[in-house]
Design a binder for this molecule. Structure first.
Ligand SMILES: Nc1ncnc2c1ncn2[C@@H]1O[C@H](COP(=O)(O)OP(=O)(O)OP(=O)(O)O)[C@@H](O)[C@H]1O
Length: 256
């Protein structure tokens, strides 16, 4: 096996007196899609922040391409829950902004921005301000902006949570197509079990207090996956059991 693109080595994180992450170790290969599932507060976002270089581990180290992560870089982009768009800039300018400081010319930046905005279905809203768009559309701008940078790693914190089901399915498929073509490595935090099974090569289930990796599931079936396939149902059941969402059949009461 080749050297991992991301190597998280015995990482712990403490905020004030609170131990948030404890001894997380995880290697991620280039081109893998990794989903992190876990109850609220178990440290998922903290783990993404550490990988992105926005926070530093209390102990342990994180390597990106064999180099210790000490600060944020454009090789590893975070796609935020709250979009992070500049309200005074148009949709197109918000995407172009992310390309400033690269080797692209102004014209290339404009073309690249338009290309990715078209991909997320917003080519007719290039001049709109973020406030003129729905929450779901704003998230699509944020997705276009992250993809336009063509980073090696995209960190996603609940990227599709604000979207309606159809837009979410559409963007999940688009993301997979781009990810396959560009071999982007994706680390995805989600509360959506189906999204994790649909997108991920491996799913890590975290447990809280302090946050640690409780279980790893590998999903080998080819993508795009059939949500109604028996293997999909199998993983759904395994994960539901982990979170104890299932009830023994004989205790269920039906009131008709
Ligand atoms: N910068 C910070 N300073 C202090 N405490 C923090 C900081 N960031 C996170 N925490 C704490 O760390 C714990 C884990 O937070 P985190 O956001 O990583 O969890 P999460 O699993 O992503 O939660 P959710 O699913 O609700 O987004 C929480 O108790 C939170 O209050």
């Amino acid at each position: 096996m080749t050297a991992p693109l991301i190597s998280i080595q015995q990482v712990s994180k403490t905020f004030a007196e609170q131990s948030v992450l404890n001894q997380i170790s995880l290697d991620i290969q280039k081109g893998e899609v990794i989903a992190i599932l876990g109850k609220s507060g178990c440290g998922k976002s903290t783990l993404l922040n550490l990988v992105g270089g926005f926070e530093q581990p209390t102990t342990g180290q994180i390597f990106l391409d064999n180099q210790v992560v000490t600060k944020a870089s454009k090789r590893c982009i975070m796609l935020m829950q709250n979009y992070g768009l500049l309200p005074w800039r148009s949709v197109q300018k918000n995407v172009e902004l992310a390309l400033e400081g690269t080797t692209l010319t102004k014209l290339e930046c404009q073309q690249r921005a338009q290309q990715y905005l078209k991909l997320v279905g917003l080519d007719s809203r290039l001049t709109a301000l973020p406030s003129e768009l729905s929450g779901g559309m704003q998230q699509r701008v944020a997705i276009a902006r992250a993809l336009a940078i063509q980073p090696e790693v995209i960190l996603m914190d609940e990227p599709f949570a604000a979207l309606d089901t159809f837009t979410r399915y559409y963007l999940q498929d688009e993301l997979l197509a781009i990810q396959k073509e560009e071999q982007t490595t994706i680390l995805l935090v989600t509360h959506d079990i189906d999204e994790a099974i649909y997108l991920a090569d491996r799913i890590f289930i975290m447990s809280p207090n302090p946050g640690r990796i409780h279980r790893e599931l590998q999903i080998r079936s080819t993508k795009p996956r059939d949500r109604s396939h028996s293997e999909f149902q199998h993983f759904r059941e395994v994960i539901f059991n982990e979170f104890q969402f299932t009830h023994p059949k004989d205790t269920i009461e039906y009131n008709i």
